[in-house]
Write a protein that binds this ligand. Structure first.
Ligand SMILES: *Cc1c(COP(=O)(O)O)cnc(C)c1O
Length: 237
């Protein structure tokens, strides 16, 4: 136990962040993506305020959380900082108000009902809440997200809501072993993204790629990777 505690304390978040940024740059170069075109969201779910503070000191400003109750005290701990908070988890109906009030982005909009509530409950004096539709590209019954077929209608609906700004699409594919297989999953989201943009939408965000499939996501055109363990280590909250 002793050594485990020690190992956790020894995690060098500034160094991990620098390494992840380097990997993003390398992938941008390798796959001929524009330099700086992939945004890094640090997924701080399950991580302590102390670790977030280390990341902030290293210059990281955008954080992703998936539980409202866990996120609120973290947000409150940085009142003076210009941090950006992204909600990336399952949205419970009774949590939409607080999510709409406290977050800058929601990546996990999966149906009209949630979208309507988020729009109604987002304070009108703030800039619109940035949202992504979470799409179930792997078409698995147990996976969260709107299906590829139903996504265009949901996009249409969300784009018309006054306090939301539809920015793009997000996905969490079923884990695959090889780069090729990972790329094939992300390619489905990219095809949907392109067809929506050919049909009058102006989406600019492809939220795809986590610690284990970031390279494949960047190869396919990700504009935002959501990275947790590669920055903060194993989640311990
Ligand atoms: C936990 C989580 C991540 C980060 O996963 P890591 O494997 O720790 O990088 C990214 N996206 C979502 C939606 C998550 O829930």
């Amino acid at each position: 136990m002793q050594s485990l505690v020690l190992a956790r304390n020894l995690i060098n978040i500034a160094k991990n962040l620098a390494e992840v940024k380097q990997q993003i740059q390398d992938a941008e170069t390798l796959f001929k993506r524009e330099p700086g075109s992939v945004f890094l969201l640090a997924v701080s779910k399950g991580q302590s305020i102390e670790k977030i503070e280390q990341a902030v000191l290293a210059g990281q400003l955008a954080f992703g959380e998936n539980h409202l109750q866990e996120a609120l005290p973290k947000m409150a701990a940085f009142p003076d900082k210009k941090l950006e908070w992204h909600f990336i988890g399952l949205i419970q109906r009774n949590k939409t108000k607080k999510i709409a009030e406290h977050f800058d982005w929601v990546h996990s909009v999966t149906n009209q009902h949630l979208a309507k509530r988020l729009s109604e409950q987002h304070p009108a004096h703030l800039p619109p809440l940035n949202i992504c539709l979470q799409v179930n590209v792997s078409q698995q019954a147990n996976k969260l997200g709107v299906s590829i077929n139903e996504a265009p209608a949901l996009a249409e609906y969300c784009a018309a809501l006054p306090h939301l700004k539809l920015r793009g699409l997000m996905t969490i594919p079923t884990p695959k072993d090889t780069l090729q297989e990972q790329r094939a999953e992300f390619a489905k989201l990219v095809a949907l993204f392109q067809s929506l943009n050919e049909n009058k939408f102006q989406l600019d965000t492809l939220s795809m790629g986590m610690s284990n499939d970031m390279k494949a996501a960047i190869a396919e055109g990700s504009t935002l990777v959501r990275i947790g363990t590669a920055i903060f280590g194993i989640r311990d909250l």
